[in-house]
Design a protein around this ligand. Structure first.
Ligand SMILES: Nc1nc2c(ncn2[C@@H]2O[C@H](COP(=O)(O)OP(=O)(O)OP(=O)(O)O)[C@@H](O)[C@H]2O)c(=O)[nH]1
Ligand SMILES: [Mg+2]
Length: 486
């Protein structure tokens, strides 16, 4: 009898929680993107806009005054750091500094009190997670064996421009016999040289994207552990590896990496998402050249494949098939004159067309947008000879160069970044390599130059808070949470 009562009590409680969720839902918003894509800036601007009332005319609930208030609340996961919103916004507004690269996972909860379209008082709870973008590249490792990963990494490293950057590592690799007895020193050197190669590929001039494992570039608390002391080997024989061999050791550590690092990260984070925004810095790749752009496409394909609502993949056990909306966003659109924003959007559509089609097949709604979470430039037409060029005005960060001039971080400049083509295939043609980037050219001769600029001077709104200017951030929010605020 007691048991029956207990069961009824649990069932009633579950039902109550369910109806609370129905009317006052909690949404986990995944802000996904490779390193430097703009995740931390996006989250900061989104939270500031909601909590301090940003200029969001396209976010219908806000534009029509149905949002009573939005505020920060204690986050649900006790073991995760809090997203350092106050410091980020202070650095942006008062010091005009962007946040530093993210080194660990963090989380923030925003609660929105609003009136539903039919007049009821409701609450939407939004949980947002930030993490180092490098870690995203671990996602595809979940479905790859050590041997598959090693052969793929080697194949990539033999293509240009990577091959030039991989020389030291390749020289060492040639001295290793995978079937010989394991030696810790060999593993240490291989891991160090492989990491140096990954770092060189990431440098601005090359801007390669596909650089797993993520913790090699951003180790977090795992620096110098055996779980990070492995590297690809040149394997000519089929497995299994001889017991006690270098190969067996590398394989064992790769498996530990997947168990200790990759699986928990996905279980605790990606598997719990309801909605996703995938941020993509296409401009950094265009800056570097055709190889970087193709590499970005390759990386996005691999990452987005894993979000394929997981039905046919091994991930199905990990990912709840419930992500019903995915927004793909090309960030930093303020580097371009508005006449080129649609072209940037078209480029991202082209870059992601394969994965988008698959996600749509799996039932998710997908949209593509070009946005700037924080607009750091103004626009101007600048006369050069007889031509009028659509330029952006901004303060390049100290050290950026254009035509031999080195900027000091204080001086404003008119920047003509180059005209994006109407047809994205012109950029993505593998054979023709139709444009020149920093990986093969000096900055004077490159076809596109997107300079990093400092955050803008901020104006105070009538109510005395900073308004962060943006481009289409409100459109992104309307797509991501607009329907939950109806
Ligand atoms: N002009 C402009 N620059 C931006 C914007 N968002 C990001 N940036 C630039 O991009 C850089 C990286 O942005 P973050 O938000 O730190 O990128 P992230 O995805 O968090 O990167 P990791 O933490 O390294 O994974 C910043 O330092 C800025 O230079 C934007 O909206 N406009
Ligand atoms: Mg970050």
């Amino acid at each position: 009898m007691d048991e029956l009562i207990e069961q009824i009590r649990l069932a009633t409680q579950a039902l109550a929680e369910f109806s609370v969720h129905l009317f006052n839902p909690t949404i986990r918003l995944g802000v996904t993107g490779l390193s430097h894509a703009g995740k931390t800036v996006f989250i900061t601007a989104l939270v500031h806009g909601l909590v301090r009332g940003g200029r969001f005319p396209v976010l219908e609930a806000m534009a029509t005054g149905r949002i009573a208030r939005a505020y920060l609340a204690p986050q649900p996961d006790d073991a995760v750091s809090r997203f350092d919103y106050e410091n980020y916004i202070d650095a942006l507004a008062a010091k005009r500094l962007w946040p530093a690269s993210t080194r660990q996972i963090s989380e923030l909860r925003v609660v929105v009190d609003y009136q539903s379209l039919n007049g009821y008082q409701r609450t939407l709870t939004l949980d947002i997670v930030d993490y180092p973008g490098e870690w995203l590249l671990d996602l595809p490792l979940l479905t790859k064996s050590y041997e598959e990963w090693a052969s793929e990494s080697l194949r990539l490293s033999r293509q240009l421009p990577r091959a030039d950057l991989a020389k030291h590592w390749h020289q060492h690799l040639a001295t290793l016999d995978p079937n010989a007895p394991e030696k810790e020193q060999e593993a240490l050197t291989a891991a160090r040289l492989f990491t140096e190669y990954l770092k060189a590929c990431r440098a601005k001039n090359y801007a390669m994207s596909l650089l797993p494992p993520g913790r090699f570039l951003m180790p977090g608390e795992l620096a110098n552990t055996p779980a990070l002391t492995f590297a690809p080997l040149d394997l000519s024989t089929e497995g299994p590896p001889p017991p006690g061999s270098l190969w067996a050791m590398m394989r064992r550590r790769y498996e530990s990496y997947r168990t200790v690092v990759v699986r928990p990260f996905f279980r605790d984070h990606f598997a719990r998402l309801d909605r996703q925004i995938v941020l993509v810095d296409a401009l950094a790749a265009i800056n570097a050249g055709p190889d970087a752009l193709l590499d970005l496409q390759h990386a996005l394909d691999q990452v987005l494949d894993c979000f394929q609502m997981g039905r046919r993949t091994l991930l199905s056990a990990l990912l709840r098939p419930r992500i019903d909306r995915i927004l793909l966003a090309a960030t930093k659109a303020d580097h371009l004159h508005h006449t080129s924003h649609d072209r940037l959007e078209t480029i991202l559509k082209r870059l992601t067309q394969n994965s988008t089609a698959k996600a749509e097949l799996a039932g998710a709604q997908v949209d593509v947008i070009a946005l700037a979470a924080v607009r750091a430039t103004r626009e101007a037409m600048v006369r050069r000879g007889r031509q009028q060029l659509p330029c952006v005005l901004g303060v390049p960060v100290a050290g950026e160069t254009i035509a031999g001039e080195i900027f000091d971080g204080e001086t404003e400049a008119a920047i003509f970044p180059g005209d994006l083509p109407e047809d994205p295939d012109e950029l993505l043609d593998t054979e023709k390599k139709s444009f020149r980037g920093l990986s093969t050219m000096s900055s004077q001769n490159a076809d596109f130059r997107f300079l990093r600029v400092r955050p803008p001077f901020l104006e105070l709104t009538d109510s005395g808070v900073f308004a962060l200017p943006h481009i289409r951030l409100d459109r992104a929010l309307q797509f991501l949470i607009g329907d939950w605020l109806e």
